[in-house]
Design a protein around this ligand. Structure first.
Ligand SMILES: *Cc1c(COP(=O)(O)O)cnc(C)c1O
Length: 413
């Protein structure tokens, strides 16, 4: 593998060609894996995907999209990707949209996977890589999920979308809703970063700032949505944002030539990224593109809000709500996640871990990628660097292991 090439551009994907016309994805139609149904991630109850759905009507847990994967197995091979644009839409057969005209896109580029040798050397590791999600539209990986959710909403004829957010999801929804001619109703904490408040307003969303956290915002949306005729696109209470997020796992697999890394260090709020990648890897295995190997998932939170870490340490299968949540990494300020049991399952089954890093360590780590590699990070991305440092000093990573950090968004002042 040529790492200098990998550093160059998103076209690092084997044979992937970076088309300039990112707004026009190609959508092959044969063979079709395609969405068959929605299925509860907890109790297995199934629901049609042809009408709007939120959570399971029986147990209230997240619904997962299920595809006709057996129709792809053996017939759909990785070389079909070579001629497709470097965007998340290249995995079309494993995405929940049926009609290409429903796609709402702002140019969701495949993000670069960068071999950060100098950062690795700092910690005595030879294979530290950064998946740099800051390159996506609206400046964070939330674009993946909202591109999918808004496209699906369009296919279902929805026009009024509501979201509780810690910040970046709101910015992404506001943009995709604007692009689709829909209305975004946004509820977020008063002390959400200015960037998020301003971008939502610029994109014409209806913004309500609340005295509370994302969970309080979620309660307001839940209370008002039926009366107002809004569709709730809260993460994992809407089945398709996780489908967008799973494409991080597809890209990672493709960029490493279908051999997954040893460790993934992921800054965890609602956990949609971990849950999505875990689901995506299972789909890739079912169609025969990867083997059984999974990376150890390391979930990183802030010591000021670490419900998943606490649950993992206690050996619990669900998390208890965190009180008094505070952290500089606003994306990690999620005191309660509906997908907690799914995050914990992925951590456990992958033989991973969950660790909390103090805000001071996050602030300090903000400089590490910029100074060693010239890569600016968001606080959440910096948290993965702080976690790496801690994991190495605890002897939890071997020097030759391949480790991927997720820089989930761009630097904002
Ligand atoms: C939302 C967010 C996270 C947390 O992502 P989840 O997949 O919901 O856990 C991390 N970093 C940034 C920058 C975010 O916006």
């Amino acid at each position: 593998m040529n790492s200098s090439l990998k550093r160059a551009s998103p076209s690092i994907a084997p044979g992937g060609s970076m088309k300039t016309d990112m707004k026009t994805p190609t959508h092959p139609t044969e063979p079709q894996g395609k969405l068959e149904r929605l299925e509860c991630s907890k109790c297995g109850k199934t629901y049609p995907h042809t009408v709007p759905q939120n959570v399971c009507g029986s147990c209230g847990k997240p619904l997962f999209a299920r595809y006709a994967l057996e129709q792809l197995s053996g017939k759909w091979t990785p070389d079909v990707l070579l001629s497709r644009p470097a965007s998340l839409w290249r995995y079309w057969e494993l995405l929940p949209i049926s009609n290409p005209t429903d796609i709402v896109t702002l140019g969701e580029t495949m993000t670069p996977l960068i071999h950060t040798k100098r950062l690795g050397e700092r910690f005595g590791l030879s294979e530290v890589w950064v998946k740099d999600e800051s390159r996506l539209p609206t400046g964070s990986f939330k674009a993946r999920g909202l591109a999918m959710a808004v496209s699906k909403a369009k296919s279902l004829g929805l026009t009024q979308l509501a979201i509780p957010s810690a910040g970046n999801a709101a910015t992404a929804l506001a943009a995709y809703a604007a692009a689709a001619g829909m209305t975004a109703h946004i509820f977020m904490p008063q002390d959400t970063p200015a960037f998020n408040k301003e971008t939502c307003q610029l994109s014409g969303a209806n913004v309500t700032l609340i005295d509370g956290l994302i969970t309080d915002a979620g309660r307001i949306v839940a209370d008002r949505k039926t009366r107002e005729g809004w569709f709730d696109v809260s993460t994992l209470k809407e089945p398709y944002r996780v489908e967008g997020k799973k494409t991080m796992g597809f890209e990672l697999a493709e960029q490493f030539e279908w051999e997954l890394p040893d460790v993934i260090i992921y800054p965890t709020g609602g956990g949609t990224g971990i849950v999505g990648m875990w689901k995506g890897f299972a789909e890739l295995e079912t169609i025969g593109w990867i083997g059984k190997k999974r990376p150890r998932f390391i979930s990183v939170q802030s010591t000021g809000c670490a419900p998943i870490v606490k649950a993992w340490k206690e050996g619990a299968t669900e998390a208890t709500p965190w009180t008094d949540a505070h952290t500089v990494a606003s994306g990690l300020r999620v005191p309660q996640a509906i997908g907690d049991f799914l995050i914990l399952e992925a951590i456990r089954k992958s033989n991973g871990a969950a660790i909390a890093v103090p805000d001071d360590a996050i602030r300090e780590a903000m400089q590490l990628l910029p100074t060693t590699e010239g890569l600016l990070t968001c606080p959440e991305g910096a948290a993965t660097v702080a976690a790496l440092k801690q994991l190495v000093s605890d002897g939890m990573i071997e020097s030759s292991e391949r480790v991927v950090l997720f820089n989930t968004g761009g630097y904002q002042s």
